[in-house]
Design a protein around this ligand. Structure first.
Ligand code: NAG
Ligand code: NAG
Ligand code: NAG
Ligand code: NAG
Ligand code: NAG
Ligand code: NAG
Ligand code: NAG
Ligand code: NAG
Length: 769
């Protein structure tokens, strides 16, 4: 017994001596590493040797960080073949293979042989990579005969490639330890999957044979389901996707930081950990799955997982639960089916609905063409009746081109402000009908529609002032018209027709101040009437100019004028009937706000004191620019001001009431300005928008509207600039003080028209058609 003890002691002593005196980073054929001795990388960061995990007595050959007190093993050689205490030996055997010997010199682990035995060497590099190489081949990574980085365990170190080498077929992924005492791979694995070469690559966590988490496909810039993976102060990353290789790799920006990516089988997570020296612990700073919606295919086919919705699973627009009973009992596994089946013969009429901020669906049944642009992509999808959806990321901007999906769309989720666009195919009949029920929060769409209308208004004012010949501004039609009368195709209705259709303008037919309807004309067409005040001082020609102009305003988001009626003192405008009422009914209502999917326009008239015989400044409370309200100075910049307010109203979901009130406590514009200067502009946001829209777009809308309502007209942007500002990501100026109109500033002020003022025309439209 004493002899054995002495033997153990002396062996340990010798090993200690060996370690201290010969801290080396490599072994050649004549050398070996025994249990107790180690290799240390030349910078002293990593160490290779034998260890026992946890309280286990088994010995494994592994690599760990040398300088941190918590033993963190980043790679294991004999993961499922433990060896007994003090029996392990790592060596290059006489035929040039790197072998790990256990009890009785049995080979428990090995890597393939080297041809030239004399020049073989094994080296632990500063990166933590254990490499076997032929010394005569130099030491570039391409010439390694074998490297541990090609066979990761549960840890992805910086500079390590995770992915596929398509030339050799080598696939590198992580596999979690069975438990903290057994490094043998268990059911959790993590890696890049690609159905075939012509599909977007995606990163998965697998649990056993089942998909457990998916990063969302790589689109050339990011993983659509991992928005947090973006430039950051800790690491940079590469995703290489070409004909030779597909891999993900990261690099630490500060090499003195210790940071790793680990697949943790106990917690069922993939974590990024950083070593916190002062606390002597690893801290996780990013983990997937992050939440409920990250669970693979939680909601079943054709459904969207939205954190914050109740329930989190929602059928995509145009789809309904396959089994409403199960769906209502929170069993979403059966997913959703189309309200109306797609029919191939309809393909020329079918269209797509754009979904934003999504994690794109599982790419198992998808197809990619890198050189197709978005138009070709759409056509490709439309021409194949099994195609369900497409997306496109421009290759010139680093995107991965066009992708189209076949069959059910799986594992989609929606992010508040990241992700990608997906265009999902809808049958023609679905597109025609769905609109009233469709719920989207594409606020920028709404705002652009407003801007568009605003431009038309601006145009209108310009025309009136300069008396230029009118130009047809219908989409795509640039031809000049000879005279207004020629193209006035607007039917003039007889007052008796209108009177009978509206039951002689009876109160129960009244839609609101100034409007009647719906009436029905002889041909069955429903209409709404706007009856202008008899006291309007507007002359006949001026009135006809206006309606001719209005009749030419053709936009899907503008209500269409059907005709007019001018008889004696009566002036009436006949509009298309909009059963869903005025847009303000929707914007300023908490519950109906969510239904918003359209534009709105408000025609501002008056102002040109020299031309018409209008006697008063007219306008609608809350929309007039201060210089116009106060001094009657009207310019295109007054329209910009009004637009700014409209945008603010849409964003905030409430009116700019009290605008002229000396007590500004309920003034929207002032509230917006105050929140802006306090650096919390998003406080303005209407609650319904919060859940369904892109916050950075909303922020942009707020900033643009504040630019529009600046006090000095010359500071306000032009309509054209507003369009550019809203439609792009260009940098915006800091808004200056908005134009508050106060009685204090302007004395008593001029007489101001009210909502039902004489020749104010409001156009509102509620429905996308
Ligand atoms: C060296 O190891 C390899 C791999 O285990 C084995 O095939 C070969 O026979 C060994 N050579 C000798 C001389 O033992
Ligand atoms: C090692 O050899 C001894 C004696 O030959 C045998 O009893 C023992 O089972 C062997 N151990 C292993 C792990 O093969
Ligand atoms: C191997 O790499 C090291 C540093 O990376 C360099 O100093 C050395 O010259 C290289 N050796 C050969 C044989 O290329
Ligand atoms: C890198 O990290 C170390 C330790 O955290 C810190 O002391 C050093 O200032 C950092 N270097 C840079 C360039 O940030
Ligand atoms: C894995 O997760 C468990 C449970 O959260 C934790 O106790 C353990 O430390 C984690 N392991 C690693 C290597 O981070
Ligand atoms: C499921 O719930 C919705 C909303 O509460 C309800 O309208 C519908 O009738 C329910 N369907 C079934 C089959 O229970
Ligand atoms: C990909 O798209 C380009 C451009 O439309 C086309 O020329 C090419 O043939 C397509 N490739 C495949 C494999 O369909
Ligand atoms: C439509 O796409 C499927 C799946 O890629 C393919 O098998 C089929 O041939 C395509 N049909 C046409 C008409 O291109």
């Amino acid at each position: 017994m004493a002899g054995l003890c002495f033997l153990v002691f002396s062996t340990s002593f010798l090993i200690l001596l060996f370690t201290v005196s010969f801290a080396v980073d490599s072994i050649s054929p004549s050398q070996s590493i025994r249990d107790g001795s180690t290799l240390v990388s030349s910078d002293g960061k990593f160490e290779l040797g034998f260890f026992s995990p946890g309280i286990s007595k088994n010995r494994y050959l592994g690599i760990w960080y040398k300088n941190i007190p918590v033993r963190t093993v980043v790679w294991v050689a004999n993961r499922c073949h433990p060896i007994g205490y003090l029996s392990g030996v790592l060596m290059i055997n006489s035929t040039g293979s790197l072998v790990l010997l256990g009890q009785n010199k049995s080979v428990v682990w090995w890597v393939s042989s080297v041809k030239n035995v004399q020049s073989a060497m094994v080296q632990l590099l500063d990166s933590g990579n254990l490499v076997l190489r032929d010394m005569t081949d130099g030491n570039s990574s391409g010439s390694y005969l074998w490297q541990s980085f090609d066979y990761p365990s549960d840890t992805l170190l910086p500079e390590m490639k995770m992915g596929w080498d398509l030339r050799t077929g080598l696939k590198r992924g992580l596999s979690a330890w069975k438990n903290s005492e057994d490094p043998c791979p268990a059911e959790f694995t993590y890696g890049i999957e690609m159905v075939e070469l012509h599909a977007y690559p995606d990163i998965y966590i697998w649990k056993g044979g089942a998909k457990y988490y998916r990063s969302g496909p790589w689109n050339g810039q990011r993983f659509s389901g991992a928005p947090e993976l973006r430039p950051n102060p800790i690491f940079s990353f590469d995703f290489v996707y070409n004909d030779d290789e597909v891999y993900y790799m990261y690099n630490l920006l500060n090499k003195s930081l210790i940071s790793i990516m680990v697949l943790n089988g106990t917690a069922s997570t993939r974590d990024r950990l950083t070593w916190i020296e002062v606390e002597h612990t690893w801290r996780a700073y990013s983990t997937v799955p992050r939440d409920f919606c990250d669970k693979y295919d939680l909601c079943g086919a054709n459904a969207n997982c939205i954190i914050g919705e109740s329930p989190v699973c929602q059928c995509l627009i145009g789809f309904k639960p396959k089994s409403p009973e199960k769906w209502n009992s929170t069993d979403w596994s059966l997913g959703c089916v189309r309200n109306k089946p797609l029919r191939c013969e309809e393909s020329d009429k079918a269209g797509f609905v754009k979904f934003t901020n999504l994690k794109l669906p599982d790419t198992t049944h998808s197809w990619v063409n890198k050189s197709m642009n978005i138009k070709e992509c759409r056509t490709k999808c439309l021409n194949n009746c099994t195609c369900m959806a497409y997306t496109s990321a421009d290759i010139r901007e680093g995107g991965s081109g066009c992708a189209i999906w076949f069959g059910d769309l799986l594992d989609i989720r929606k992010f508040p402000d990241a992700g990608q666009d997906l265009y999902i195919r809808m049958s023609a009949s679905e597109l025609e009908e769905g609109d009233g029920k469709v719920k989207t929060g594409i606020i920028v769409g709404v705002v652009i529609a407003i801007v568009f209308s605003g431009m038309l208004v601006g145009y209108y004012v310009y025309q009136r002032r300069t008396k230029l010949k009118e130009t047809d501004i219908r989409e795509g039609n640039q031809k000049n018209e000879g005279s207004q009368k020629e193209d006035l195709e607007l039917p003039l209705f007889n007052i008796s027709t209108i009177a009978s259709a509206t039951v002689n303008f009876s109160d129960h037919m009244k839609l609101g101040e100034g409007g009647f309807g719906p009436g029905t004309l002889a041909d069955g067409q429903e209409f709404a009437v706007k009856r202008l005040s008899r006291s309007s001082g507007q002359g006949f020609n001026e009135f006809m100019n206006e309606i001719t102009m209005i009749a030419k305003l053709q936009h899907r988001n503008l209500v269409k004028i059907i005709g007019c009626c001018v008889q004696e003192e009566e002036k009436m405008l006949i509009y298309e009937y909009m059963p869903n009422r005025s847009v303000d009914h929707f914007i300023f209502d908490q519950t109906r706000g969510e239904l918003l999917l359209f534009g709105l326009a408000r025609m501002l008239t008056g102002g040109d004191q020299t031309e018409g015989n209008t006697k008063r400044v007219v306008g609608t409370y809350g929309y007039m620019a201060p210089e116009y309200a106060a001094d009657g100075l009207f310019s295109v910049k007054s329209d910009v001001f009004s637009l700014g307010i409209l945008v603010l109203e849409v964003v905030a979901g409430r009116r700019n009431k009290g605008f002229y009130h000396p007590d500004h406590s309920h003034n929207l514009i002032e509230n917006a300005w105050r929140l802006w200067t306090e650096g919390r502009p998003l406080k303005l946001i209407d609650t319904w928008l919060e859940s369904s829209c892109n916050l950075s777009e909303v922020l942009r809308c707020i900033q643009v509207s504040l630019l529009c309502v600046q006090h000095h007209p010359e500071d306000r942007p032009s309509m054209a600039s507003v369009v550019i500002m809203l439609g792009s990501e260009i940098a915006l100026a800091q808004p200056k003080q908005p134009g508050f109109f106060t009685e204090k500033e302007h004395g008593a002020g001029p007489e101001i028209g009210n909502e039902s003022s004489t020749n104010e025309i409001s156009i509102s439209l509620l429905e996308a058609r």
